[in-house]
Design a binder for this molecule. Structure first.
Ligand code: NAD
Length: 481
């Protein structure tokens, strides 16, 4: 069993309540997690509030950088244990854990450690007459916002936990992390590493695991919280905005997506099979995956053939098999939801690959990699975030039509462009209303690159200096001068 982290102590929930942690590949429990209740949450928020209001944490930039470097080292030292947790509780294929699910994301902790000391927390404005007519020296201070509620999903459990907690700590905030109910250990293990490997003081970082997602709502509604930093579905993001409104609590929201991959008519289509099938990585449970493939009519059949071959070659199965990239989806409810959307897709488009559950995998929450073509841009499978291994191929007539289809979405998280001409690709990238764009397979995800969504994909940014600034308040001070 893992523990809650409350006020510097790893402990069980009130009344020692626990709930099972289910491995989505075996449908069996791998152990238990503490099932926190309101009293545990109250203690965690109280500890975070006290640590923010009554310690030097928010002002001691050097000490925070030191603690974050310890955290990075601790996470490095515990990587194999964390990898095992990702595979067993989230069904992340082990091959993927060497990339953005675990190994490469640790760079963000070092980035925050550096920014904790190098950020310009105080600037003096250039001389200018004030609106009142008199001269004044004006200082702009950027101060930590206070207590952060970090609420995270199960698809990138460790990455989301690490990004949020380490950025909040680097900025001088204190934090209460509430991981998704399906992936409690990814949160609890981070809490354990904090206790065992760092000097982070009691109360500064707290982790509360619970079976009931609505404990998150209680956290959002707590008036002692200053910022809700959330990653998850657009639907829950909207509920969080409503809950946060009561106390006018600030929110930063990283939400869903339905991103387009636009292949221009001069692209090297035969080389794009891996890019097309990449939407099935981790069973398609990625917010920024390009789940709509836009092909020019002039090369439509060629593009479909490449996608079909790539989908048929995908290996779906046991996530601990190093050759697998398509593991199970997280739980039976998600599988049923995905299969229902695939069923709707069968009414509205032509299916080329998959469309059900793999016959050979009778245990585990598996869904076949599924390829639809001739999809109408307004079809349900072209509009809804499916969050499963499903690609919708849509033909377009010309570049204006491709832009119109790409932007025909309530979401605006990400996009991809493929072209033989980088200038043409860049012109297109500017016309797409999304927070990130990849050109010819280049990866934008890095510690210093702001990431987030336009439209209903979110509010604010994670990572980069912009992401750091989400955790800061701005104070202007005027001095005689
Ligand atoms: P979810 O929205 O169901 O849950 C996310 C978290 O919110 C969980 O911890 C859950 O317990 C909590 N929660 C649920 N109801 C709540 C409420 N009323 N108030 C407060 N907290 C509440 O999301 P999920 O199913 O865990 O994750 C999948 C979703 O996350 C997808 O939509 C995906 O696109 C999105 N996502 C977005 C990003 C991004 O950076 N934009 C990254 C990863 C995942």
């Amino acid at each position: 069993m893992t523990g809650l982290l409350i006020d510097g102590v790893l402990r069980g929930a009130a009344d020692d309540r626990t709930y099972p942690n289910i491995n989505p590949a075996t449908e069996q429990s791998i152990g238990t997690a503490p099932d926190a209740d309101r009293a545990d949450l109250d203690a965690a928020v109280g500890a975070a509030r006290r640590a923010f209001d009554h310690t030097e944490w928010s002002r001691d930039h050097e000490f925070r950088a030191h603690c974050l470097r310890q955290l990075r080292n601790g996470l490095e030292a515990e990587k194999d244990r964390l990898r095992d947790v990702l595979v067993r509780e989230a069904g992340v294929p082990v091959a993927l854990t060497y990339s953005i699910w675990l190994d490469t994301i640790l760079d963000a902790v070092s980035y925050w450690a550096d920014l904790a000391v190098s950020y310009p927390y105080q600037t003096e404005l250039a001389a200018r007459e004030t609106l009142a007519g008199a001269a004044a020296r004006r200082m702009v201070l950027h101060e930590p916002i206070g207590v952060v509620a970090a609420i995270t999903p199960w698809n990138y459990p460790l990455a989301c936990n690490i990004f949020k907690v380490s950025a909040a700590l680097a900025a001088g905030c204190t934090v209460v992390l509430k991981p998704a109910p399906d992936t409690p250990w990814s949160g609890a293990e981070l809490g354990r590493v904090i206790v065992e490997h760092t000097d982070i003081p009691a109360g500064v970082a707290n982790v509360v695991t619970a079976a009931d997602p609505l404990l998150g709502e209680a956290l959002v509604r707590d008036p002692r919280v200053d910022l809700v930093h959330f990653t998850g579905s657009t639907q829950v993001g909207k509920q969080i905005m409503v809950s946060a409104a009561d106390a006018v609590t600030r929110v930063c929201l990283e939400l869903g997506g339905k991103s387009a991959n636009i292949v221009l008519d001069d692209a090297d289509i035969p080389s794009l099979g891996a890019a097309f099938a990449g939407v099935c990585a981790h069973a398609g449970q990625g917010c920024a995956l390009t789940t709509r493939l836009l092909l020019p009519r002039s090369r439509y059949d060629e593009g479909i053939a490449v996608a079909q071959a790539a989908f048929e070659a995908l290996k779906c199965g046991d996530p601990s098999d190093p050759e697998v990239v398509v593991g199970p989806v997280i739980n039976a409810r998600q599988r049923a939801r995905i299969l229902d959307l695939i069923g709707q897709g069968k009414q509205e488009a032509r299916i080329l690959v998959g469309g059900g559950t793999p016959q050979a995998l009778t245990t585990g929450y598996y869904v076949e990699p599924t390829l639809f073509c001739d999809v109408d841009p307004d079809a349900v499978i072209a509009q809804q975030e499916i969050f499963g291994p499903v690609l919708a191929v849509i033909p377009y007539d010309d570049v204006d039509h491709a832009v119109q289809i790409a932007n025909n979405s309530i979401y605006g998280l990400s996009a991809a462009v493929h072209s033989g001409d980088l200038e043409r690709a860049m012109t297109l990238a500017r016309r797409i209303r999304t927070g990130t764009v990849s050109v010819n397979g280049a990866v934008w995800l890095a510690a210093d690159t702001p990431f987030g969504g336009y439209k209903q994909s979110g509010l604010g940014r994670e990572l980069g200096v912009e992401g750091f600034a989400e955790f800061l308040e701005t104070k202007s001070v005027a001095l005689p001068g």
